[in-house]
Ligand binder design. Structure first.
Ligand code: ARG
Length: 587
């Protein structure tokens, strides 16, 4: 059982014996570690509710504590705060029990089926800075749910079905009208080989979009092509398959480098066949209504002073929208995939869109109340001026360029610090890449997902301070201590009660993991783990400075310390894994 739960149970019993509800007994990590290790602040609220004196109630609680063994000191501070210090013996026993548990003390939940929708790139468009946060936050959120014990799948949810696809087909036809895909008499099969590569596709995309906005004739061609594609014209479908496959291949490469992996490569097109029956049903049962030539679901609540526009299912041109496909996707996830929770890690600017989708899903009965639908919005990556990051030319920086910049910055920092210098080139490049990705990802994940942050590779790639490289350096140092110990034939042994503050503090830090994890899970917020990873490494450094592990004369003490190194490394390893950060063996 996690330490805080254990302590809260003891205090809960005591509160109950003192005549108030056990829920007031919650024990938390102390805000003032200089005064106490833990605190329980429940007496104040409980006393207020019961009309009693808080200090007297706190005294009654302390008297009622039956199991005193864990406590070195219990005292009352101020108007009724209870300060708690644990005995060293109890602490060591707690550490030993966590050590025996590969979940580091995190209890198993009631298993749920969860889908995390993140990534959201569009076919034929290169991944850019706007895709960075959904990708790495979403990946981390997914890993957090998985570690908690849920069944979870990440879905990239490609934008692969709207007008841009028709624009591309129309543009292609202008460039190469003789291609077999445009021959209405051709009965197939179509070539296996794509007529375009990804560079070609990326070049075509903006040209196609511009042509269709500037020229009314091109616009109607694009609309026509979209409609025919969606209606299933074989040549267009075949061409579209090529676009999709070629794009996915290119995206996958970038996502792989970032350590971002999707279980599902579904997209808007995946739910195409559901849309018509869904819309017909919603029309028939009156959930969807006509409005100015369009079909909509009214989602605002007259009792609210916030106005929410209706969700458009069919626009006045008769086309389905982004919203229609998201609603059908909810249906697919709830009905077919039997999801209990769907978490959307998508840009905060799409907040209204998801509000509409979720309300429409409830109103139509597509998602019962028992299913959690949640938008976990992400903020923006800003440049030094605090406005969205742009290249010198004013474009959105490409993700692969950011990745290359981060790797180059990491290589520079490694050289400056004379790290990895004597390894061969292949290993050096691998280390630079891992340090670079740690810099990029930690620089992002250390911020709460919904806040914006300033992109600063100089800061992110430093080996000092709250950075990814600092965490990796810590992990590598732990690995090297354990390697050296193994080389000398030293054994790991039973964790003993701590004798010095640095060792005690490291134990306290290790025991905090379940609580931090719980917060990250509940708030879908990896930054809690990012912060904790930093604190753990900092605490370890202080411990390592104070306790000269490899020079220790007392073999039992040395073996105990080595076990703590191992547990710290395992815990940090889990934190890095949850953040999606890979660490090298050495540097
Ligand atoms: N493709 C969309 C865009 O580029 C993002 C998709 C987000 N996910 C979703 N289920 N709508 O804006």
């Amino acid at each position: 059982m996690p330490l805080l739960t254990d302590l809260s149970d003891i205090f809960g019993d005591a509160f109950a014996k003192a005549g108030v509800d056990a829920s007031h007994g919650a024990v938390v990590t102390s805000q003032r570690p200089d005064l106490a290790q833990f605190q329980c602040n429940g007496a104040l609220g409980a006393a207020k509710q019961a009309g009693r004196n808080p200090r007297e109630l706190a005294e009654a609680v302390l008297e009622a504590i039956s199991d005193r063994e864990p406590f070195k000191e219990l005292s009352i501070a101020g108007p009724g705060f209870i300060n708690i210090d644990l005995t060293d013996k109890y602490l060591a026993a707690q550490v030993r029990s966590v050590q025996a548990d590969d979940r580091h003390g995190v209890p198993a939940p009631e298993k749920k089926s969860v889908i995390v929708d993140y990534g959201g790139p569009n076919v034929a468009k290169e991944l850019h800075v706007g895709h960075l946060r959904p990708a790495i936050i979403g990946e981390s959120v997914k890993r957090i749910f998985r570690f908690a014990g849920h069944d979870v799948a990440g879905d990239v949810h490609l934008g692969d079905w709207g007008l841009p696809m028709g624009q591309l087909i129309a543009e292609m036809k202008h460039r190469d009208p003789d291609l077999v895909y445009f021959d209405p008499d051709h009965t197939g099969p179509y070539p296996q080989e794509s007529p375009v590569d990804v560079a070609h596709l990326n070049e075509m995309y903006p040209v196609a979009a511009a042509a269709a906005t500037e020229d009314p004739e091109r616009k109607s061609e694009a609309q026509q092509a979209t409609a025919e594609l969606q209606a299933g014209r074989p040549g267009y479908r075949a061409l579209w398959e090529h676009f999709r496959r070629v794009s996915i291949e290119a995206m996958r490469e970038v996502y792989d480098t970032l350590g971002v992996h999707f279980e599902l490569w579904n997209g808007e097109a995946s739910v195409h066949d559901r849309i018509e029956p869904m819309v017909a049903r919603l029309r028939a049962n009156g959930v969807a209504v006509e409005s100015d030539g369009a079909l909509v679901i009214v989602v605002d609540d007259p009792d609210e002073n916030r106005e929410i526009p209706p969700l458009m299912l069919v626009n006045s041109r008769g086309a389905f929208t982004y919203g229609t496909s998201d609603l059908a996707t909810v249906e697919e996830r709830v009905v077919d995939a039997k999801a209990d929770e769907v978490i959307y890690v998508v840009d905060a600017r799409q907040g209204l869109h998801f509000e509409q989708i979720f309300r429409a899903a409830r109103k139509s009965g597509i998602a019962p109340q028992s299913v959690i639908l949640e938008h976990a919005p992400n903020g923006t990556v800003n440049g030094p001026g605090g406005t969205p990051l742009k290249t010198r030319e004013g474009n959105l920086p490409l993700l692969r360029d950011l990745i290359n910049d981060a790797t180059a910055a990491a290589a520079d920092r490694l050289a400056e610090n004379d790290l990895a210098s004597e390894y061969d080139e292949i290993e050096r490049a691998d280390i630079a890449s891992k340090v670079g990705m740690a810099a990029l990802k930690y620089g992002d994940l250390q911020n709460h997902r919904s806040s914006d942050y300033i992109f600063d590779l100089d800061r992110f790639s430093a080996f000092e301070g709250k950075t990814g490289p600092y965490l990796l350096y810590g992990a590598v140092r732990m690995k090297s201590i354990l390697r050296e110990a193994a080389d000398r034939g030293l054994q790991l042994g039973t964790v003993l009660p701590p004798k010095v503050d640095q060792s005690r503090n490291l134990m306290l830090a290790l025991l905090r993991f379940p609580d931090v994890f719980d917060r990250a899970l509940r708030h879908r917020a990896p930054n809690h783990l990012a912060e904790y990873g930093y604190e753990l490494v900092a605490e370890f450094s202080r411990f390592y400075e104070a306790c000269h592990i490899l020079r220790e004369r007392d073999p039992a003490r040395q073996a105990s310390w080595l076990s703590m190194v191992e547990l710290t490394l395992a815990t940090l390893g889990t934190v890095l894994e949850l953040l999606g950060i890979e660490s090298p063996e050495r540097m």
